[in-house]
Design a binder for this molecule. Sequence first.
Ligand SMILES: [Zn+2]
Length: 72
Amino acid sequence: MNFIYKIFCKLDYHFKTSLIEVTMGFGPSGKIERVQCDICKKVYIRNNRTLKFSQPVLIIIVIIFLILLFII
Ligand SMILES: [Zn+2]
C-alpha cells in the first residue's frame, strides 16, 4: 500500500504526517501547524481552514483510486 502514499505525495497530499510545531497566527489565518510527512520527509505548513476544505476531496480521490485498483 506504500506506493499509493508516494503517488499522493507527488500530488502534494500527505497522509502520514507528524506535527513539528504549532504557531498561533494573527488575523484570519488562525492556528498554523508545521508538519512533516513521514513518507517523503517534506516539511510544510498546514492551515486548519485548508485542511477542512481538502478532507472531502481527499476521500473522493482515495475512493476513485481504490476503484481503479479493483478494475486493474
Ligand atoms: Zn509526503
